[in-house]
Design a protein around this ligand. Structure first.
Ligand code: RP5
Length: 159
């Protein structure tokens, strides 16, 4: 048993430079997570195995980053009832292909899709934290503190 609450998967090692921001954000909130390279088309068996184990290991949220014909989040969502958050990775088409592949799920199997690239990677972690905060008081408290300090960073005037 891993004790992780979140599983971060990504289609390629090359996605790590984006997904590291997701992992770092979870770390700041001390949310235990595991990180794996799993591709829907290159390693489909690894994906099946991971999702079966995720349920047994009490992982509560899956975050999937993929680029190009980015079907990882959608396929993962089809194989589990855990909530799946999708991060479209920047690509040769600036991530627009990744975004549309991730976000345009037909009704029935949802993927909570975030923004392209680093912002989406950070926000996937923050959304996972927000979901977990409804159950875990410690995470809720940290999220409240983060939001307060976040607001303070915004200047009242533009000059
Ligand atoms: C996708 O293809 C991956 O998620 C990655 O974003 C993209 C390119 O992969 P590499 O060719 O860099 O391994 O499956």
């Amino acid at each position: 048993m891993s004790n992780s609450l979140v599983g971060i998967i990504m289609g390629s090692k090359s996605d790590w430079k984006t997904m590291i921001h997701c992992s770092n954000t979870l770390k700041k909130f001390k949310v235990k997570h595991e990180v794996k390279v799993i591709s829907a088309h290159r390693t489909p068996e690894r994906l099946h195995r991971f999702l079966n184990e995720a349920k047994r290991n009490k992982i509560e949220i899956i975050i999937a980053g993929a680029g190009g014909a980015a079907h990882l989040a959608g396929v993962a969502a089809s194989l589990t009832t855990l909530p799946v958050l999708g991060v479209p990775i920047e690509s040769k088409l600036k991530g627009l292909d990744s975004l549309l592949s991730t976000v345009q799920m037909p009704s029935g199997i949802p993927v909570g899709t975030l923004a392209i690239g680093k912002a989406g990677s950070i926000n996937a972690a923050l959304l996972a934290i927000s979901i977990l905060s409804t159950k875990y008081e410690k995470i809720y408290k940290k999220l409240k503190i983060y939001r307060k300090s976040f607001e303070k960073k915004v200047p009242k005037k533009p000059f």
